[in-house]
Write a protein that binds this ligand. Structure first.
Ligand code: NAI
Ligand code: MG
Length: 470
């Protein structure tokens, strides 16, 4: 069992007075880590360290900060196996998924370490007697709060941009999956990030997270997690008048027209099994045109049933999440959705872990909770639509708007639908996204954007300087 400590000012720190809790792993519910529950004292120390590291870090040339980020990317790749093992033990993700996750994490540092060198301001023409120009200044101390479904990738996504831009950071990872974030900060210190530039404070939401976001020296809050907590954080940020970047949930639509490449569309529907559906961007609503509906539902049912838990399907990361998905199975059957496959926790030897069956419900209507609410499990809700108008209406009948996917071989229709779907990202015929593509939500799915060059703009504030030449 790993005994975790905070990482503050480039060193491992524990508090004698803090309570600690034991995290049990999703694969077999055995203890994997002992984690501090958090305290005001430790959280304040972390912010103080980030604050005092800020001026020196800000004043470095971007190329110097960028090189350190690049070095961190190389070390992450070199030590990928260690990170994969730890992350698998706490999140339950398949090793293959997690190997990709470590590479993506390294990509973030590599990308932002490079593009920060192209973060320029502008000059503004005011005539011969004055010169005006803008610069992109870092905020100072950033508080970053991350969830349990992608601890390393989600921390790296924000950290790459925030650090390259010249901010210093206090990260509070989820209390269920803290280890990889501590390892990352330790690695950063080892390769030469100055003490205090990247701190990790451990603990629960109320005991550490709440203290962190309320701290007067925190100048920007970056949060990934549930809508409920995001809404609370937005209120705190409003009261303090600091910006908040919020990456929240989704109930994203995958729209399949009858002229689409159905084999590829089927593969995209199966991505609900990635991370066992514990992904904000999961395509959890499948909308299928009526002419092909029955046949496609049958195919997706068969294909999902082949996603064997433990081999091709990860468990639920937390006990709370496991119980939540089981509760949605009961809700779905009460509300009269047609169960095509799955719908139960996994029995037999694997029941030592938090496994649920890959699940498909068909004939789901917009009034049902499984159409409207984020389940965050390997559960597809399938609904038929008649025509283009109907598809757009159903896709947009949601409080969320994170991503959407459209499948059709009619190019004009693809673009019409893509332009009318209310979501921060739309893929057409399986278009693949990258580090370069901004990501974030419309409606209740969030505020602001992560990824892409856009993210650097969010982690900086614009300053205008005007010089008199007289
Ligand atoms: P959560 O949103 O409560 O937790 C995310 C992070 O926020 C954790 O680090 C947590 O410690 C922190 N936090 C919680 N309360 C806080 C507070 N008052 N102040 C500051 N930080 C606080 O998510 P939770 O409760 O773990 O999961 C509940 C549901 O949220 C899941 O079933 C899932 O549906 C959804 N979820 C969605 C995610 C996404 O990426 N869209 C990620 C994680 C959860
Ligand atoms: Mg919560």
């Amino acid at each position: 069992m790993r005994i975790l400590k905070h990482w503050i000012d480039g060193a491992s720190i524990a508090s004698a007075t803090e309570l600690r809790s034991v995290v049990t792993g999703p694969l077999d519910r055995r203890p994997v880590a002992e984690v501090p529950r958090g305290s005001v004292e430790m959280t304040h120390q972390a912010v103080a360290s980030a604050r005092s590291a800020f001026p020196t870090w800000r004043d470095l040339a971007p190329v110097v900060r960028g090189r350190l980020c690049g070095e961190l990317a190389r070390e992450l790749r070199r030590r990928s196996d260690e990170f994969v093992d730890v992350e698998v033990s706490e999140t339950g993700k398949l090793a293959g998924e997690m190997r990709g996750g470590v590479q993506t994490s390294a990509d973030y540092f590599e990308y932002y370490g490079g593009v920060v060198r192209a973060l320029f301001g502008e000059t503004i023409s005011l005539g011969a007697e004055d010169r005006a120009f803008t610069t992109r200044d870092p905020y100072g101390v950033v508080a970053m709060i991350t969830p349990w479904n992608g601890p390393l990738t989600q921390a790296s996504r924000g950290l790459g941009a925030a650090l390259a831009a010249g901010n210093t950071v206090v990260v509070k990872p989820s209390e269920f999956t803290s280890s990889s974030t501590v390892m990352l900060a330790q690695l950063a210190s080892e390769i030469g990030f100055p003490p205090g530039v990247l701190n990790v404070v451990l603990g629960t939401g109320p005991e550490a997270g709440a203290v962190l976001i309320e701290h007067p020296d925190v100048r920007l809050i970056a949060f990934t997690g549930s809508v409920e907590t995001g809404r609370h954080i937005a209120k705190v940020a409003a009261e303090r008048l600091v910006p908040a970047i919020l990456e929240l949930g989704g109930k994203s639509a995958n729209i399949v027209f009858d002229d689409a490449d159905l084999d590829r569309a089927l593969q995209s529907a199966l991505t609900i099994t990635v991370g066992a559906g514990q992904q904000c961007a999961a395509l959890s609503r499948l909308l299928v045109q009526s002419r092909i509906y029955d046949a496609f539902v049958e195919r997706i049912g068969h294909a999902m049933a082949l996603q064997v838990p433990g081999e091709r399907l990860a468990p639920m990361t937390t006990e709370g999440q496991f119980e939540k998905v089981i509760e949605y199975f009961a809700i779905a059957s009460r509300e009269g959705a047609r169960l095509v496959t799955g719908g139960h926790p996994v029995s037999g030897p694997l029941s030592a872990g938090r496994y649920v069956e890959p699940t498909v419900y068909a004939d789901v209507t917009p009034g049902m909770r499984i159409f409207r609410e984020e389940i965050f499990g390997p559960v597809l809700a399938v609904t038929a639509f008649d025509d283009e108008e109907d598809a757009i209406r159903l896709a947009n009948d949601s409080d969320f708007g994170l991503v959407a996917s459209v499948w059709t071989n009619d190019g004009a229709r693809a673009l019409r639908v893509a332009s009318r779907v209310d979501s921060g990202q739309v893929t057409v015929n399986g278009g693949r996204t990258g580090i370069e593509t901004p990501f974030g939500g419309f409606k209740s799915s969030g505020l602001g954007r992560e990824k892409g060059f856009e993210s650097l703009l969010h982690y900086t504030q614009l300053k205008t300087t005007v010089v008199s030449l007289r």
